[in-house]
Design a protein around this ligand. Structure first.
Ligand code: SF4
Length: 318
C-alpha cells in the first residue's frame, strides 16, 4: 500500500556549495525514512531492509510548493536525492515536468544508484533531466552483491546494459561515480572490468571516491594514494576524476618536472588532488610549468584540471 505523508520541513535542504555540481538545492524524495533498493555497506544512513518501491510518498504538489519557497536565481542545480533511492519515488516523471515549469535557468540533477534504469518508465523520465549521476560500484555479480547488498530482484548485468544504453541516448551531462571499498572492488580484475564498461559510456566525468563518512557496516575505504593508483589503471582517454575528500591524508610526494608532466599525462589532476599528492617544492615546480605554458588548466563540469599543454587537443581513442 502506498501511504501519503506530510514532511514539508525536511524536503528541501541547502543550497550547499558542491564542488562537483555548483550551488545545489537538494530535494529529498524520502525525507522521513530510508527507502532504498540497496543496503550498501558504505551507506551513511543506518542499515535498512531493501524495498523495490516506496510505501510512503510525498505528494508532488507539496514538493513543488516547498521548492518554490527556496528556489532562487543563484542556485545552479536542483538535485533530486533521497534518504534512499530517489528513482523509487512513484511520481518522478510528473515531478520532473512540474520542476521544469518553475526552474528557469537552473539545471536539474538526480543522484541514483542506477538499478531502476531497467524500468522503462524511470529510464524515460531520467532522459528529461539536465544532469544525471549514475553510481556503479562493481560489475562482477558477487562483488556487487557484497558491496551494494541489492534487493533480490536486481541483476547487475542487466543494470550495466541499461547504463550503457542510457549513456548512448541521453543528451544531458552524464556523471558516473564509483566508490571503492577496501578489499572488495579495489582489485586489478574488478577495476579492469569497470574500465571496460566505462569505455562504452559517453560520460562527461567519472568520479572515483571512497568511504569518507561513518559507514553503515564495519568496512574501510582506501587511501588517497591507492585511489590515485586505481585512477591510473583506467584508460587515459577516460574523463576520470578523483573525488577528493576533506579528510584525505596528504601524501606529500616529491615530483621532478618530468614526473609532474608524466603524472598529469596519465591522469589530469585538480588543485585539490595536487594539494594532497605533491609536497611544497613539487607544487612550486608545477607553478613554474604553468607559467611556461607546458602545463595548462582545463575545465570539465565544475572542476578545473591541470594537464600537459600537448594533451589539450587529445581525443578519446574509443
Ligand atoms: S544506494 Fe545510497 S541510500 Fe541506498 S543504501 Fe546505497 S548508499 Fe545508501
Amino acid at each position: 500500500m502506498n501511504a501519503t505523508v506530510s514532511a514539508e520541513n525536511n524536503i528541501i535542504f541547502g543550497p550547499i556549495n558542491s564542488r562537483r555540481f555548483g550551488l545545489s538545492l537538494g530535494v529529498d524524495l524520502s525525507s522521513f525514512a530510508k527507502q532504498c533498493n540497496f543496503d550498501c555497506l558504505y551507506c551513511e544512513l543506518a542499515p535498512a531492509a531493501t524495498v523495490s518501491a516506496q510505501t510512503q510518498t510525498i505528494p508532488v504538489f507539496t514538493i513543488i510548493e516547498e521548492l518554490k519557497k527556496h528556489l532562487h536565481e543563484k542556485v545552479d542545480v536542483i538535485t533530486l536525492t533521497a534518504n534512499g533511492e530517489p528513482t523509487l519515488y512513484p511520481y518522478l516523471d510528473e515531478l520532473i515536468d512540474e520542476i521544469d515549469k518553475i526552474k528557469g535557468n537552473t539545471q536539474t540533477l538526480i543522484l541514483t544508484n542506477s538499478a531502476t534504469l531497467v524500468d522503462e518508465k524511470v529510464f524515460t523520465s531520467l532522459l528529461k533531466l539536465d544532469q544525471v549521476k549514475l553510481s556503479l560500484d562493481a560489475v562482477s555479480p558477487d562483488i556487487f552483491k557484497k558491496i551494494d547488498r541489492p534487493h533480490s530482484t536486481i541483476k547487475i548485468d542487466e543494470v550495466v546494459s541499461k547504463v550503457i544504453e542510457f549513456s548512448k541516448v541521453y543528451k544531458g551531462k552524464l556523471f558516473i561515480e564509483i566508490l571503492f571499498v577496501y578489499e572488495l572492488n579495489d582489485t586489478k580484475e574488478e577495476v579492469q572490468k569497470l574500465n571496460d564498461v566505462m569505455l562504452q559510456l559517453n560520460a562527461s566525468r567519472i568520479d572515483l571516491g571512497t568511504i569518507d563518512r561513518p559507514p553503515a557496516y564495519p568496512v574501510m575505504g582506501i587511501s588517497y594514494k591507492e585511489l590515485h593508483e586505481i585512477a591510473l589503471q583506467f584508460d587515459n582517454s577516460l574523463p576520470i576524476h578523483i573525488a577528493s575528500r576533506v579528510h584525505a591524508e596528504p601524501n606529500n610526494g616529491s615530483y621532478s618536472n618530468e614526473e609532474i608532466i608524466n603524472t598529469l599525462d596519465k591522469r589530469p589532476l585538480t588543485k585539490e588532488d595536487i594539494d594532497l599528492l605533491f609536497d611544497d617544492a613539487s607544487k612550486h615546480r608545477l607553478q613554474t610549468l604553468v607559467n611556461s605554458h607546458e602545463i595548462v588548466k582545463k575545465t570539465v563540469g565544475n572542476l578545473e584540471f591541470f594537464l600537459p599543454a600537448q594533451n589539450i587537443t587529445r581525443k578519446r581513442k574509443k
